[in-house]
Design a protein around this ligand. Sequence first.
Ligand SMILES: [Zn+2]
Length: 126
Amino acid sequence: MDKKILRNDIILISALAIASGAGLTTVLLTRKTDNLVANVYLQTELIETIDLSKKEDKYYTVQGLHTEVKIHTVDGAIAIVESGCPHKDCIYTGYVSQTNRPIICAYNGISIVITSTQEGGADIVI
Ligand SMILES: [Zn+2]
C-alpha cells in the first residue's frame, strides 16, 4: 500500500517536472516571438517600422522605386502580397515570422527585415 502511494507520487512529481520544463521552454520561445519588429527599408532608408507583437491583421502600402508595394501582417507574420515587380520573388517568399529570413523586392528596392527587441540579450537560455 505504502509502496503504491510512493510510486504514484514519483510519477506525479515526474509529470510535474516535465510539464514545468515544457512550460518554461514555451514561455521563452513565446517571449522571443512576442518582441519582433519588422523594419521596412527603401534601399538603405528605414521607411516603416511594424510591431509584429501586436499580431494585427493589417495592410500597409509603401512606395518602392517603381511601384507601390503592399505588405500584409497577420498573427505575428509579415509578407509582401502585392508588388509591380516582374518576377514576384518577394511575394513568393510568403509569410515570415523569423529574424533570419528577410523579404526582398530587388526591383522596388524594398527589403523587410525582422528584428527582435531582445536581440543581443540572453533570450537563448534553453
Ligand atoms: Zn518584388
